[in-house]
Structure formats: C-alpha cells, structure tokens
Design a protein around this ligand. Structure first.
Ligand SMILES: [Zn+2]
Length: 80
C-alpha cells in the first residue's frame, strides 16, 4: 500500500513535469531558418560561361543580356 501511494505521487509529479515541459516548448518561438541556406530545398544551378563553375541561380551575377556569371569579375570579362 505504501508503494502504491508513492507510485501515485511519482506519476502525478511526472505528469505535471511533462505538462510544464510541453508548455515551455510551445511558448518558445520557432527557430528562424534562413531559406537560402536550407540544403533540403532544390536549387536551380547555373554555369558560369567564363570558368564553367556551377552555382545556385540566386548567387549568380547577371549581365544585361541575361547571362549568369559566378562573380562581377567574370561578368566583366565575359561581356567583352
Ligand atoms: Zn566564373
């Protein structure tokens, strides 16, 4: 009988503790995730015509003709 009461107290403490943990987790703001750095997202890859480097489209540098380069330096040398 003594152990049953002890077990009941432990169970109540455990349930209270678990409820508090869940509430604390719900109060915490979700971690901000930078979209560009998410490796799970498929990235549209483009190739620099100067050095043949492949890079994500959002990191490429475009010239007035719409060609995409890896850097402003290669855009300048590719425009020539
Ligand atoms: Zn390049």
């Amino acid at each position: 009988m003594k152990y049953l009461v002890l077990f009941a107290i432990l169970a109540v403490v455990y349930l209270l503790w678990r409820g508090q943990q869940r509430r604390a987790r719900a109060d915490a703001p979700p971690r901000p995730q930078p979209r560009a750095a998410d490796p799970a997202l498929p990235q549209d890859m483009v190739q620099c015509p100067v050095c043949a480097l492949h890079l994500p489209r959002n990191e490429a540098v475009a010239d007035p003709q719409g060609r995409l380069y890896c850097s402003p330096e290669h855009r300048a040398s590719g425009a020539r």
